[in-house]
Write a protein that binds this ligand. Structure first.
Ligand code: FES
Ligand SMILES: [Fe+2]
Length: 439
C-alpha cells in the first residue's frame, strides 16, 4: 500500500513535480519519425510532461520541438507556416528555427534588433531507429541517448499507442508477470502445446515464485516454476529508468525490445515500442493465425489535437469491444488483441489508480520494488544526486526473456551473458517456446 503522498509523487509529472523533474533528466521518446514524413510538412501538436508543444520538420529535415504558443501574443504555432528553415507564426509573421531563435520579425521596423532578443522555448531533438527523442532537462550539454539495442538496429518494428490513464499504472502492467497466465493465456491449455516446450511447462504452473532485485538501470525480476527434472523455467523482465519496460515473453538472449511509457500528462500516456521481428508475429505484431485474439490493435485516423495521436478504436466508451461469446469459449478476456487486453484492464482502474485501496500479494513484489526505486530516485534528485543511468547510457543494453536453469543455481550470475545486449547466441532457437506468443 502506498501513502497518498507517495502516490501523488509517483503519478504527477507536471513542471516542478519531483517525478516530472526526474524524467527531465533523461532523453525521452515523444513520437515516431514518420509523424513528420517530409521537410516542411504540417507540424504536429505534442503533449509531453503536461507541456503543450509543437513539433515540425524544417527544410533541411531537422526536427524542432518548440512551445505551442508564440512569445509575441501567444497565438498557437500549430497554425504556423512551415517554410524556409523555420516555422512562421501566422498572426504577425514572426519566424522561429529549430533552436528557438527568432530568425525573422517582419512586423518590427528594419532598424529594430528586438528579433535578436526574442526566443521561443525549444528542446533539442534527435532521431534514431524511427523514434523522435527530446531532452527537456537542465543541462546545457545533454547526456547521451539510452543505448537500447532495438533502437540502434536496422530491422525493427516500431509502434505507438496512446493509453488514457496515468503513466505508472500503464507501466506496471508490463512488470506484472502473473497476469499473462490469466488475462492473455487464461483459456490456453498446456495439453494444446508441444510436449516439453516452454509453453507446456509455463501453463502447468500458474503461481510461480519470484526474485526481484535493483540494478544499475532500474529493477529486474525472475519468475520461476519447476520444469523437467532438476530444472526451473525462468522468465526475466526489466524496468529501466525512468519509464521503460522489457517484458518477459520469448527466449532470453534472442529478444531485443523495449516499451517506453511516456507521460503526456498525468492521465494520458504514449506507449512507444521497438522490437526485433519475431517469426511468431505478423509484420505489425499480430498474433499467429488460428489464435482468437489475433487482430492487430486498430487505431483511429491520426487527428491533430494534443490527445488525438495513436488513439485506439476500442475504448472505455465501447467497452473495448468486448465479445461476451468469445469470452465464454475462445479467450479469457474476450478482447481482440494482446495490447487491448492490457489496455482495458489498466484503463479500467480509473485515470489515476487509488493505490491506497490496493491489496498487493507476493506476486506483486516487482511492482512494489519498482515504485520504491522511482520514489527514491525522485527524492535523491531533489538532494542533488544524479539519477541512475543518466550518465551511463550503456546500462540500457540489456535483454529480457525466458530460460531453463538448474534448480538452486546462482541465477543472476548464470544469466549475465544472456541478459547482456549485443551478444550473439546462435545455439538458441525460438521454437522452444512452443508457438504461444505470450510465453
Ligand atoms: S502572435 Fe505570433 S507573431 Fe504575433
Ligand atoms: Fe499484458
Amino acid at each position: 500500500m502506498l501513502t497518498r503522498e507517495d502516490n501523488e509523487m509517483l503519478t504527477q509529472v507536471g513542471p516542478g513535480t519531483p517525478m516530472g523533474e526526474l524524467m527531465r533528466e533523461y532523453w525521452m521518446p515523444f513520437g515516431l519519425s514518420n509523424e513528420l514524413p517530409e521537410a516542411d510538412c504540417p507540424p504536429v501538436r505534442v503533449m509531453l510532461l503536461c507541456e503543450e508543444l509543437v513539433a515540425f520538420r524544417d527544410s533541411n529535415g531537422k526536427v524542432g520541438l518548440i512551445d505551442n504558443n508564440c512569445p509575441h501574443r501567444r497565438a498557437s504555432l500549430f497554425f504556423g507556416r512551415n517554410e524556409e528553415q523555420g516555422l512562421r507564426c501566422v498572426y504577425h509573421g514572426w519566424k522561429f528555427d529549430t533552436t528557438g531563435s527568432c530568425v525573422d520579425m517582419p512586423s518590427e521596423p528594419a532598424e529594430s534588433n528586438f528579433k535578436d532578443k526574442v526566443k521561443i522555448k525549444a528542446y533539442p531533438v534527435e532521431e534514431r531507429g524511427g523514434i523522435m527523442w527530446t531532452y527537456m532537462g537542465p543541462r546545457a550539454n545533454p547526456p547521451g541517448l539510452p543505448e537500447l539495442p532495438s533502437n540502434m538496429m536496422e530491422d525493427v518494428v516500431v509502434s505507438a499507442y496512446m493509453r488514457p490513464c496515468n503513466w505508472m499504472q500503464a507501466l506496471e502492467g508490463d512488470i506484472d508477470t502473473v497476469h499473462t497466465l490469466y488475462l492473455h493465456l487464461g483459456l490456453t491449455q498446456y495439453e494444446d502445446t508441444p510436449v516439453g516446450s516452454w509453453a507446456w511447462w509455463h501453463l502447468q504452473n500458474r503461481a510461480p515464485h519470484y526474485a526481484a532485485v535493483d540494478t544499475d538501470f532500474g529493477t529486474m525480476y525472475g519468475a520461476y516454476r519447476p520444469a523437467m527434472e532438476g530444472m526451473n523455467y525462468w522468465r526475466f523482465a526489466n524496468f529501466l529508468m525512468p519509464f521503460y519496460a522489457m517484458t518477459p515473453p520469448g527466449v532470453l538472449g534472442l529478444e531485443d525490445k523495449f516499451r517506453a511509457w511516456v507521460p503526456m500528462d498525468d492521465t494520458h500516456t504514449l506507449a512507444i515500442s521497438s522490437n526485433t521481428r519475431s517469426p511468431l508475429f505478423g509484420p505489425n505484431g499480430e498474433r499467429p493465425k488460428g489464435q482468437w485474439a489475433s487482430g492487430a490493435t486498430e487505431l483511429r485516423p491520426q487527428g491533430t489535437g494534443f490527445f488525438d495521436r495513436f488513439v485506439c478504436v476500442a475504448d472505455m466508451d465501447n467497452d473495448f469491444q468486448i465479445d461476451r461469446d468469445a469470452q465464454k469459449t475462445k479467450s479469457f478476456a474476450g478482447l481482440k488483441s494482446i495490447f487491448l487486453e492490457d489496455q482495458a484492464v489498466t484503463v479500467s482502474m480509473d485515470p489515476i489508480v487509488d493505490r491506497e485501496k490496493e491489496r498487493l500479494g507476493t506476486s506483486d513484489q516487482m511492482i512494489i520494488r519498482t515504485r520504491r526505486r522511482l520514489l527514491r530516485a525522485a527524492r535523491s534528485l531533489q538532494e542533488g544526486e544524479t539519477p541512475p543511468g543518466v550518465d551511463n547510457p550503456e546500462v540500457y543494453a540489456v535483454r529480457s526473456g525466458g530460460t531453463m536453469l538448474p534448480i538452486g543455481c546462482d541465477w543472476y550470475e548464470e544469466t549475465k551473458n544472456f541478459r547482456a545486449g549485443w551478444v550473439e547466441h546462435p545455439e538458441l532457437d525460438r521454437a522452444i517456446i512452443g508457438g504461444v506468443p505470450a510465453v
